[in-house]
Write a protein that binds this ligand. Structure first.
Ligand SMILES: [Fe+2]
Length: 212
């Protein structure tokens, strides 16, 4: 990241901390280190974004995050792919969000859970549409995706919800395209593109010895 971009990101983060409005998208792709850009013929890696303060270690493995009394407001599905477009089976997709009024459960595990992708790299969650909370302007779902890799941390935004373009972290690249079914449930799809450890990067006793 160029120095002036870093300064811009820090300036914008400071503005948020002071409660000032900043132009939408000013932190998108700037607040955290971004993946290496795609090489010719590769898919563009999913942009990475902040964790935020509310990640919960130990979330249960489950695809249905609904609490008693909730209606299924969002069915989120898609695939986890590598940069060549090949599906990654058994990848972890871990999501967490606030409840409908913008509160995160830091004692239990409401609205957080993880699944493993199937043989085609597919995942699916049924959840609510979270609320929005200060200082954010957009409803968002936090995600960590992990293959044979470090966790790939990002956020998703939901098509058709208010405030997306006003949010400092929003980027259209992280917008979940949605249709609405006959029950009023939004059905959104999003494919993650992540890089995994390559054969070249594999660590063996021989490769370690060769580095000495
Ligand atoms: Fe958040």
């Amino acid at each position: 990241m160029a120095t002036e971009e870093m300064q811009g990101a820090y300036t914008a983060m400071g503005a948020i901390a002071r409660g000032e409005r900043v132009p939408g998208g000013s932190l998108a792709g700037k607040a955290v280190r971004q993946p290496e850009p795609a090489q010719p013929g590769e898919l563009k890696p999913t942009p990475t974004e902040i964790d935020g303060p509310y990640f919960r270690l130990g979330a249960p493995m489950r695809s249905n995050l609904l609490e008693p009394g909730d209606k299924p407001e969002l069915v989120l599905s898609g695939r986890v792919l590598n940069e060549k477009g090949n599906p990654i089976p058994q990848a972890i997709v871990n999501i967490w969000s606030s409840d409908a009024v913008g509160n995160y459960d830091m004692l239990g595990y409401k609205y957080t859970g993880f699944v493993l992708t199937d043989d085609d790299g597919r995942y699916e969650f049924t959840t609510i549409i979270p609320g929005c909370y200060y200082p954010r302007d957009a409803k968002h779902i936090h995600v960590k995706v992990q293959g044979v890799s470090s966790p790939w941390t990002t956020q998703l935004y939901i098509e058709g919800e208010p405030g997306n373009e006003d949010d400092a972290f929003y980027t259209e690249e992280l917008l979940v395209r949605c249709t609405t079914d006959e029950n009023g449930t939004k059905r959104g799809t999003f494919d993650f593109v992540i890089r995994q450890v390559t054969e070249r990067e594999n660590v063996t006793p021989e490769s370690l010895a060769a580095r000495v």
